[in-house]
Write a protein that binds this ligand. Sequence first.
Ligand SMILES: CC(C)(COP(=O)(O)OP(=O)(O)OC[C@H]1O[C@@H](n2cnc3c(N)ncnc32)[C@H](O)[C@@H]1OP(=O)(O)O)[C@@H](O)C(=O)NCCC(=O)NCCS
Length: 151
Amino acid sequence: MQRVTLRTAVAADQKPLEALQWRASLSNPADREALLAHPEAIELPLQHIESGHVFVAEGGGAIKGYATIVPRQNGHCELDALFVQPHNWRQGIGRHLVEYCCSQAKAAGATELHVVGNPHAQVFYEATGFVALGTRKMRFGIGLLMKRCLL
Ligand SMILES: CC(C)(COP(=O)(O)OP(=O)(O)OC[C@H]1O[C@@H](n2cnc3c(N)ncnc32)[C@H](O)[C@@H]1OP(=O)(O)O)[C@@H](O)C(=O)NCCC(=O)NCCS
């Protein structure tokens, strides 16, 4: 497993994290064409960073990935973004980010972490403790509704 540390994102991270999101998203062949046609779909809202819910994974002085959680009205949390640098995939960084998001969501009082997952990431989410609840039609295809219990 790649050694990484986690920290809360700051405003100066916005552009580097959007660039990372761009690289990670384009590495999914099924999404590539739609994203190249709609580059505006790649964004990390500054409000998410300012809310203190964006977490950055760093190792060897470089950003390796990031994740965002968004509290829901019902007290649960949503994993709103999760991206790892493509050349760092399969090194345990995504799992590390999920565990960190779970601990942060739990500390905020949530008992469930939900995600609308990209189908290509289904195996990853299952491996990190999420169970499938159903599907939802999204802008560029089908999203997998999944949740992880935090109790
Ligand atoms: C999905 C993503 C975040 C996974 O990050 P990662 O750092 O590569 O994941 P990890 O190394 O922590 O993988 C944890 C486990 O998930 C499973 N897994 C992860 N990627 C997998 C793959 N491509 N195929 C099969 N299993 C996979 C494995 O069980 C893995 O454990 P192992 O390597 O010990 O076998 C990363 O591939 C990514 O950024 N993808 C593009 C963006 C994206 O689709 N994000 C999700 C949006 S919903």
